[in-house]
Design a protein around this ligand. Structure first.
Ligand code: MIC
Ligand code: SF4
Length: 642
């Protein structure tokens, strides 16, 4: 029986376990990436491991999230990360060099390698044929130290792309269609592998738009074959030597299959407040808009920007719209400047932002009250833009630019003939904003700079026999890590200060949650399905740990958040009978009887609702390793004990 492409890469990197879907496997990680919002914590954890130099083939530290610097905190974190990177053998991508995923694709991605990143959109690398996964900072720190990365062996879904896209329809519409079909929980435990004759009509950055936003399916990762198009891209980046041809065997067997006929696709939009709330632009209608933001790791490549510039050329942004554009990397911005496309954007009235995440993570450009914002980004969760009552629609660069000019949501097919975009044969390669690490000889003298905002990482306690406490919060389905631990300009600078961050935990759902936890000493969280979807941020586990949360009981979990809870020593449990969710209310007193022995023996756990007198069975879906980590009270204790 043949193998799929993902299975081949997994096989080549398998350290332990069997490739049986659902069973835990251990993978060797070739490359890592971090960004600054998760990186500070990751490097604090790396430093705590006392490892002199990273043991990966390549590790890169990017500064792209916290670049607002409205206070000393961000700049201090940048210095901390820079000094660790230089001392420990890590390349450092300076602020201004671009968004981690865009730069990594351009300058470092290698087909067939594994990449682990402390950011959920690391699967962008799947566009160039990498097995690229997002994880919490601690898992990335372990991988930098040469440690194995563990995941449940994913099921493989084949998405066959047939034909070619019609004019004005974009790669973004392909992934929006996949989200419409599969939903934000449809990819949990799965790898999405693309194939079909339609693949060859998509450039590497277009493929990367699709693998990037595969994160919104909850998928472990997404991957495209590495072919002639990949070779062209690498050649244009002066990296032809990194090319290897990679594809699935002809007789590969997939667990699921989806066929998408590209000709039939139309411009789509994900409506507020979920990336799978997808409708055709024409179906939504010509709604009035207030803002358009173009950029983010999903849609900020040179190709995207050239399309936008061509649409804006000679026009003026509508008077009711604020248009911002953030090219994804210094390379993209530079080339736009060189070929005049940047001038077309500026002349049309676009507000040009630095090459960074910016508005995507609420670092500026929050819309007006009840504002309608069209964004080429990947997430439209409630409140993420920084304006609680704003409505964010996720669209392609074509829809965004056409709408910015008209002042209302516009199907770009109404603009007439689509401009032809000519891509250069060579990109402007200049890595002067990537600092190389110190040599082994000089590294010893490098002093790591710790700013005053950098506080210690909270650690858990060994698991007690029985846990009895109150329900601190009950929430519904699809709770994101943006609900649990919001980001944005006011909060993001405190990612290395958990005590301060804790004041904002669950702020979108219930502003009294932190105080309640403090006065009651913590307790349980009850959640619905797909709890913890979205980002890789381990702060969504570390902050609840700091607030005394001992267990989270849900209908189901998102992969990365579940791993982060385990690493923090918080027990993730699911209802054996999902209807039992309705039988627990906030403030009920619950007892997890004999939880220590349930975790030790990996049996089901028993929960008693002391307030109602009812008893329920809970499932513990843990690997042997996860069990030991929970018993020890988290990954740091577990590592110290071993
Ligand atoms: C995001 O898009 O939500 C982020 C900000 O990039 C996060 C990482 C973080 O919270 O720092 C992610 O996607 O993992
Ligand atoms: Fe940055 Fe947004 Fe991409 Fe996250 S999704 S890495 S915040 S651009």
């Amino acid at each position: 029986m043949g193998l799929t492409l993902a299975q081949k890469i997994i096989k080549n990197h398998l350290v332990c376990g069997e490739m049986i879907p659902g069973k835990e496997i251990g993978l060797k990680i070739d490359q890592t990436l971090t960004q600054d919002a998760t990186g500070t914590m990751a490097y604090l954890q790396f430093e705590a491991m006392n490892i002199n130099r990273v043991k990966t083939e390549l590790s890169v530290a990017y500064i792209d999230h916290n670049t607002l610097q409205n206070g000393f905190e961000n700049a201090d974190d940048h210095q901390f990360i820079q000094t660790v990177a230089q001392k420990r053998g890590i390349r450092f991508s300076r602020p201004g060099n671009g968004i981690c995923h865009q730069v990594h694709l351009e300058r470092f991605g290698v087909p067939g390698k594994t990449l682990l990143g402390s950011d959920s959109h690391t699967p962008t690398g799947g566009g160039i044929g990498m097995l690229a996964m997002g994880a919490g900072g601690l898992d990335v720190a372990v991988a930098m130290g040469g440690g194995t990365y563990y995941i449940p062996m994913p099921y493989i879904v084949n998405v066959e792309l047939k034909g070619t896209l019609s004019p004005w329809v974009a790669a973004k519409d392909i992934i929006l269609e996949v989200l419409r079909i599969m939903s934000v929980k449809g990819g949990v435990g799965k790898i999405i592998e693309y194939s079909g004759d339609g693949v060859k009509s998509l450039s590497v950055p277009e493929r990367a738009t699709i693998t990037n936003m595969g994160a919104e399916l909850g998928a472990t990762t997404s991957i495209f074959p590495s072919d002639e198009i990949t070779k062209e891209f690498l050649k244009a980046q002066e990296r032809e030597a990194d090319f290897t041809e990679l594809k699935a065997d002809a007789d590969a067997v997939y667990d699921e299959k989806i066929v998408i006929e590209l000709e039939k696709l139309v411009p789509l939009a994900a409506m507020p407040h979920m990336p799978d709330n997808v409708k055709a632009v024409t179906e939504i209608g010509e709604i009035a808009i207030d803002q358009v933001c173009i950029g983010s790791c999903t849609n900020s490549s040179l190709f995207d920007m050239l399309k936008v510039a061509a649409i804006l050329k000679g026009k003026t942004v509508a008077s009711n719209v604020s248009l911002s554009i953030a090219p994804g990397s210094k390379q993209v911005l530079n080339m736009l400047a060189q070929n005049g496309a940047l001038a077309d954007m500026i002349a049309a009235g676009a507000r040009i932002l630095e090459s960074a995440c910016g508005p995507c993570i609420g670092m500026g450009q929050s819309p007006n009250s009840k504002g309608i914002s069209l964004r080429t980004f990947n997430r439209n969760f409630e409140g993420r833009s920084g304006t609680a009552d704003a409505g964010v629609y996720l669209v392609s660069p074509e829809v965004a630019a056409a709408s910015a000019i008209n002042g209302y949501l516009t199907d770009p097919r109404t603009l007439g003939e689509m401009p032809t975009i000519r891509m250069p044969e060579k990109f402007a390669v200049n890595d002067n904003m990537i600092l190389l690490p110190d040599s082994i000889d000089t590294a010893a003298d490098r002093i790591i700079k710790y700013g005053p905002n950098i506080k210690s990482v909270p650690t858990g306690n060994p698991l007690e026999k029985t846990i009895s406490a109150k329900v601190m919060l009950k929430v519904g389905d699809n709770i994101t890590t943006d609900h649990i631990m919001p980001a944005g300009a006011k909060i993001l600078p405190y990612r290395s200060n958990v005590p301060y961050l804790s004041k904002f935990c669950f702020g979108v759902c219930d502003t009294e949650f932190p105080e309640r936890c403090k006065s009651e000493g913590g307790g349980f969280i009850i959640g619905g399905a797909n709890y913890g979807q979205g980002s890789s941020r381990e702060h969504a586990a570390l902050v609840p740990l700091y607030l005394g949360i001992r267990a989270v009981i849900t209908k189901s979990f998102a992969r990365m958040h579940k791993a982060n809870l385990i690493n923090s020593g918080i027990i993730p449990l699911t209802f054996k009978n999902p209807e039992d969710y309705d039988k627990i209310s906030q403030n009920d007193v619950l007892t997890l009887t004999d939880i220590q022995s349930a975790v030790s023996s990996l049996s089901n756990a028993k929960l008693i609702n002391e307030t109602t007198g009812e008893a329920f069975e809970l499932e513990l879906d843990l690997s042997d390793r996860a069990r030991s980590i929970l018993l020890a009270g988290g990954m740091l204790n577990y590592t110290a004990n071993n």
